[in-house]
Every structure is written in C-alpha cells, then in structure tokens.
Design a protein around this ligand. Sequence first.
Ligand SMILES: *[C@@H]1O[C@H](CO)[C@@H](O)[C@H](O)[C@H]1NC(C)=O
Ligand SMILES: *[C@@H]1O[C@H](CO)[C@@H](O)[C@H](O)[C@H]1NC(C)=O
Ligand SMILES: *[C@@H]1O[C@H](CO)[C@@H](O)[C@H](O)[C@H]1NC(C)=O
Ligand SMILES: *[C@@H]1O[C@H](CO)[C@@H](O)[C@H](O)[C@H]1NC(C)=O
Ligand SMILES: *[C@@H]1O[C@H](CO)[C@@H](O)[C@H](O)[C@H]1NC(C)=O
Ligand SMILES: *[C@@H]1O[C@H](CO)[C@@H](O)[C@H](O)[C@H]1NC(C)=O
Ligand SMILES: *[C@@H]1O[C@H](CO)[C@@H](O)[C@H](O)[C@H]1NC(C)=O
Ligand SMILES: *[C@@H]1O[C@H](CO)[C@@H](O)[C@H](O)[C@H]1NC(C)=O
Length: 279
Amino acid sequence: MIFKLILIVLLSITDTTLTAVSKCSVDTQLRTPKYHLMEKCYRSKLGIVSKANFTSLISCQRLGFEKKGLAINFSPREAWADSNETVDYTCEVLKCAEADGGLSMVNDSRYDYYSIYAKPVPHVNTTCVPTLGMFFVITKRQNYTLGYRQCKNVSALPVDVTSEQRTDALAQLLASSSIDMAFVGLRSKNGSAFISVNGDPLDCTTYRAWAPGSPRKARKKFDCVVLTKHRTWVSMPCKNNLPIVCELIPGGPYKRGSLFASRMKKPNETTTESQSDDE
Ligand SMILES: *[C@@H]1O[C@H](CO)[C@@H](O)[C@H](O)[C@H]1NC(C)=O
Ligand SMILES: *[C@@H]1O[C@H](CO)[C@@H](O)[C@H](O)[C@H]1NC(C)=O
Ligand SMILES: *[C@@H]1O[C@H](CO)[C@@H](O)[C@H](O)[C@H]1NC(C)=O
Ligand SMILES: *[C@@H]1O[C@H](CO)[C@@H](O)[C@H](O)[C@H]1NC(C)=O
Ligand SMILES: *[C@@H]1O[C@H](CO)[C@@H](O)[C@H](O)[C@H]1NC(C)=O
Ligand SMILES: *[C@@H]1O[C@H](CO)[C@@H](O)[C@H](O)[C@H]1NC(C)=O
Ligand SMILES: *[C@@H]1O[C@H](CO)[C@@H](O)[C@H](O)[C@H]1NC(C)=O
Ligand SMILES: *[C@@H]1O[C@H](CO)[C@@H](O)[C@H](O)[C@H]1NC(C)=O
C-alpha cells in the first residue's frame, strides 16, 4: 500500500515534469542509450575515444554515453581467467560502430563487442561520423515522402541537422559523394513551423544555417529543407525530386551473426577446403 502511494506520487511528479518540457526532447539525438551485445570474444579495432579500467559493464556503458561512443569493447572478469594475456584497459569506448560485415573486428577472447546499432542494415553504404552517428545518402532523386519511406525501410530516418557539427559533417558527406543538395529531417506540415524528425520544433535548438533567402515565407509550399554541400540549409518544396540523407536509428535486438552476414555469404564456401589458408 505504501509502495503504491509512493509510486503514484513519483508518477505524478514525472508527469508534471514531462508536460513542462514536452515541447523539446531532452536529447536532440535519436540515440537511445543502450549498447547491445553483438559478438562475444570479439574486439573492434575502430578508433578509441576513451578507455578505462572498470570491473562492471554498467560503468563502461556509462563512460560510453558520456563520451558519445557508438560502440564499446568490454572485457568481463570471466574472460580474464580464460586468457593468459592481460588487457591494458577493460573498457574501450569507440568513436564508430562496425558496419555490415564487421570489417574491423578481430577474434579476441578477452573482449566482447557491444554497439548501439544492433539491427541488421541490408545493402547500404553507411558512413560513420565519429561520435555523431551512422549515415547514408540515397542518391535516387525522389520526393521527400518516397525518400522518407526508403530511409524507414532500413531502420533509418532523414537526418537531424540542427547543430553545427552535424551540418558541417553531413555537408562534407554530400561533397564527398558529389551531391549538391539533399533532403534532411526538417519539414513543415501545412504551414506549421519546421519540425525535426524527432518531433521537436526547430525552436528547440538555436543553431541555424539558412542560406540567404531561406526559409521562404510561403512555408506551405516550401515545406521541406535541403542541406547543401556548402553547409547551408535551403527551404524547398517536398514534392521536388532530390537525394536524401538518412541516419541509422540505434536499436536492437541483434540477430546473432547478422553483423557478419555478408562475410558468411561467400560463394563456394564448401569447396575451398583445399585452400583454407587463403585468408
Ligand atoms: C599463453 O599460453 C599459451 C599456452 O597455454 C602460450 O603458448 C602463449 O605463449 C601464452 N601467451 C602469453 C602472452 O604468455
Ligand atoms: C587494468 O586492469 C588490468 C586487469 O586487472 C591490469 O592488468 C592492467 O594493468 C590495468 N591497467 C591499468 C592501466 O591500470
Ligand atoms: C575467429 O575464430 C573463429 C574460430 O576460432 C574463426 O572461424 C573465425 O573466422 C575467426 N574470425 C576472425 C575475424 O578472425
Ligand atoms: C556502395 O558503394 C560502392 C562504392 O562506392 C558502390 O559501387 C555501390 O554501388 C554502393 N552500393 C549501394 C547499395 O549503394
Ligand atoms: C523496402 O525493402 C524491401 C526489402 O528489402 C524492398 O522489397 C522494398 O522495395 C523496399 N521499399 C522501399 C520503399 O524502398
Ligand atoms: C491547413 O491549414 C488551414 C488553415 O491554415 C486549414 O484550414 C486546413 O484545414 C489545414 N489542413 C490540414 C490538413 O490540417
Ligand atoms: C511523391 O511521388 C509519388 C510517386 O511519384 C507520388 O505518388 C506522391 O504523390 C508524391 N508525393 C508528394 C508529396 O509529392
Ligand atoms: C563455384 O561455384 C560455381 C557456381 O556454383 C561453380 O561453377 C564453380 O565451379 C565453383 N568453383 C569451385 C572452385 O568449386
């Protein structure tokens, strides 16, 4: 009974705090703070943003969030006994996460590999921007509705560009893909203020990168936003046909083995025994 009362009090407190800030989400990034176990006895050799000696996974994960790591290598206590090799640090926070194929993974019985991106991503070339996220460009020219749908189809969303770091990094991604401009995750519905894909109105952030003349006043018509390779935003009709930049949504669950799916799909697997040292 007392528990129930406390619970009700707690709930009503969170309720009021929630309604007070409901216009803007706490974290503008789409990231949910969870590292999923991907592969045991594997370690990713991607760049390290921070490392420490922790005995608990939770401490390592906490360091991961703090440093905005996209993945971690963690060495659990059980693994130390199995191996006569010592580890320098039990917790390695990584700037990036492995993409499909896990090309930077190595066998290492001392470590387990965890990532915030645990869903399999079929057939897209993702680019990691260190500590920011995993992105890809759909180069096909199509309207925003179709582009949005294609992002969603691979557990992604049109990108959030509401910080200088994001606008700069993604403009660079466009430039390196020889794309002048592409749709991003900001749009107006029926003349409303621009709303980010996470539901936040643009007012929730202060950074702006509007090109001269943007945003156009006729927001009902110029209802989408494109990012240019020159690090500016331009308002444009959603019905125009343009490429789109998508961002992978962190999350799971992980289907075991799917990170290595493309590696396992080697043809003639059974016929290569005679040359087993070809790797
Ligand atoms: C670990 O032990 C194996 C045999 O059990 C040995 O061959 C190897 O050299 C040892 N490695 C180190 C780093 O001591
Ligand atoms: C971290 O802990 C491991 C295992 O206890 C130990 O071998 C290693 O020397 C420690 N590293 C540092 C930098 O203290
Ligand atoms: C890791 O080891 C397993 C078996 O010991 C082997 O099948 C696999 O190919 C190895 N993977 C890498 C990336 O070395
Ligand atoms: C991935 O990138 C490679 C090389 O840039 C390209 O040849 C290939 O078509 C791309 N694949 C997809 C699905 O975009
Ligand atoms: C979504 O993915 C499925 C399977 O990968 C594909 O058949 C379908 O055409 C895709 N839809 C869009 C809108 O891209
Ligand atoms: C769009 O806004 C106009 C007036 O601003 C309103 O009359 C109309 O019902 C709205 N349409 C939708 C689909 O919300
Ligand atoms: C987007 O293109 C599709 C296919 O051409 C069309 O059916 C749809 O109405 C278009 N949507 C917008 C908002 O222009
Ligand atoms: C690999 O597979 C193809 C088609 O299944 C076959 O024609 C070829 O002979 C195979 N190669 C080897 C080395 O077995």
